[in-house]
Design a protein around this ligand. Structure first.
Ligand code: BG6
Length: 488
């Protein structure tokens, strides 16, 4: 749809940036913090890229005030961060560690004093190791009780200061990487266990939303989902049908639960046929239907392109995507993989119309607009863009980082968002990924996303000096003009 003139961004639009505890904080064993599954996993040689860890990360724990001062100078209206569960409750379910809680209290106060809206993620992948050891983590319903206890503590302490809360970050990504692709802890390759753990997390998500609505009636809560718009490779109805199945497998399996309280019917039946579906009790069903998110957190990086399954349409060219362990959104099963429900349903192929990042991720701003329109049509909820950004190997030259490619990327995506707003999408705010450079779970420190460069690399923390990049100043203008600077 072409618009001669775009709507302006809403007043009070939350221009923000995002991060996650393990990727920035460091101080992994200080002030009473307990180990998380990521601490333990990254300390085992061979598990992460060049054995990088978040032990020091970008040392945000000790440099929080300096980081918030940089946010304030940039003019950020919102900052999304996650709380490290094992910093607040070291063993996941026992005593509260006051020093851990104090850190987040100070961060939130610092943000509020600088008129920056805190957006708090309850779970960005760093489960307390004690819960993994004791209950097998998300494979047990006991972990739901521990999660509710942890959330109760945070709701109690921060309910007056934090309005926007995220339940789980990218449940689609961390369940697949942890229980299927062996790229995250607990490093398991078992689809049945993946779908079972995923179901338990759905129950935790629903329970925590209901708890929140009781405890924090003035706040808003929702999950953040890594959405991939799905394109059929051609107008061949077989490709369109395959894209339809892929949409269920990649997106609707999670979103229909969050927003409608049930799994997509065709995929559920297919997984039951393959003996991979989770057990769903009547109580589960009622619970899932009862919980209503206030908004949908949307993480957008790219979509996927699909053709008919490999069985009915054998691959004859090099368009098929290979297994790629650095793209958590669209992993393509290897032929020899024992359990691969995708194979009879669809096949992932390259999109010839799109350029890619250095890591082979499609660059697709129109896909962002499509995402926002599809989500509006499907679920009708307001959306909060909780991640979007470009990973690149930025270079510091003469004390400066000229990341004009990132400016170009962000500009195109923010314009696409403005087009979606003009179309009619209801968007609360936009948090670019990320504020500072940080640890990439699968790519160490060389894949940089930040507005602020951090002097460190895969070999270790160097000076950890903060250096605003060209994109920092560009976004400053975007915020100051409420988006008008985009088209100047
Ligand atoms: C999302 C995560 O998957 O994408 C972030 O929520 C992550 O934590 C980001 O860092 C970018 O992924 P990557 O693999 O490029 O660092």
């Amino acid at each position: 749809m072409y618009h001669q003139q775009l709507d302006t961004f809403p007043q009070n639009f939350l221009w923000g940036a995002a991060s996650a505890a393990y990727q920035i904080e460091g101080a992994y064993n200080e002030d009473g913090k307990g180990p998380s599954i990521w601490d333990v996993y990254a300390h085992t040689a061979g598990n992460t890229f060049k054995n990088t860890t978040g032990d020091v990360a970008v040392d945000h724990y000790h440099r929080m005030a300096e980081d918030v001062a940089l946010m304030a100078k940039q003019g950020l209206k919102a900052y999304r961060f996650s709380v490290s569960w094992s910093r607040v409750i070291p063993d996941g379910e026992g005593e509260v560690n006051q020093a851990g809680l104090d850190f987040y209290h100070k961060l939130i106060q610092e943000l509020k004093q600088n008129h920056i809206e805190p957006v708090l993620t309850l779970y960005h992948w760093d489960l307390p190791q004690a819960l993994q050891d004791k209950y097998q983590g998300w494979e047990s319903r006991e972990t739901i009780s521990a999660f509710l206890k942890y959330c109760t503590v945070l709701f109690d302490v921060f309910k007056d200061d934090v309005k926007y809360w995220i339940t789980f970050n990218e449940q689609n990504v961390f369940t697949a990487l942890g229980y299927r692709w062996e790229q995250h802890p607990p490093k398991i390759n078992d689809l049945k266990r993946m779908f079972a753990a995923n179901h338990i997390i759905n129950l935790a998500n629903a329970q925590v939303i209901n708890l929140f609505h009781e405890m924090v009636p003035s706040g808003q809560i929702g999950p953040s989902f890594g959405y991939c718009p799905i394109y059929p490779r051609t107008a061949d109805p077989n490709d369109v049908l395959a894209a339809n199945s892929a949409d269920d497998f990649i997106n609707n399996w999670w979103l229909d639960i969050y927003c409608r309280g049930h799994y997509p019917k065709f995929l559920l039946k297919q997984l039951q046929r393959m003996d991979l579906a989770p057990d769903i009790t009547t109580e589960d069903d009622l619970l899932l239907k009862s919980a209503k998110p206030d908004f949908l957190g949307v993480n957008y990086y790219h979509g996927g392109t699909i053709q008919q399954n490999r069985i009915e349409k054998p691959v004859t060219d090099d368009r098929q995507k290979d297994f790629n362990a650095t793209d958590p959104y669209l992993m393509q099963p290897k032929d020899e993989q024992a359990q691969n429900p995708e194979v009879p349903m669809y096949n992932q192929v390259d999109n010839p119309y799109l350029k890619q990042t250095e890591w082979g991720w499609d660059i697709d701003p129109v896909g962002f607009r499509i995402t926002l329109r599809e989500l509006t049509e499907k679920y009708g909820l307001p959306m909060f863009i909780t991640e979007n950004g470009l990973g690149a190997q930025d270079q510091l030259v003469d004390g400066q980082v000229n990341d004009d490619y990132r400016i170009d990327y962000l500009k195109q995506h923010i314009l696409a968002m403005q087009e979606a707003i003009t179309d009619g999408a209801d968007i609360i705010g936009y948090c670019a990924w990320s504020f500072t450079d940080l640890l990439s779970w699968l790519n160490g420190y060389k894949k940089r996303y930040g507005f602020v460069y951090i002097d460190r690399d895969d070999d270790g923390p160097k000076t950890l000096t903060r250096i605003p990049k060209a994109s920092y100043y560009w976004y400053q203008q975007v915020i100051a003009t409420n988006g008008a600077h985009l088209s100047e």
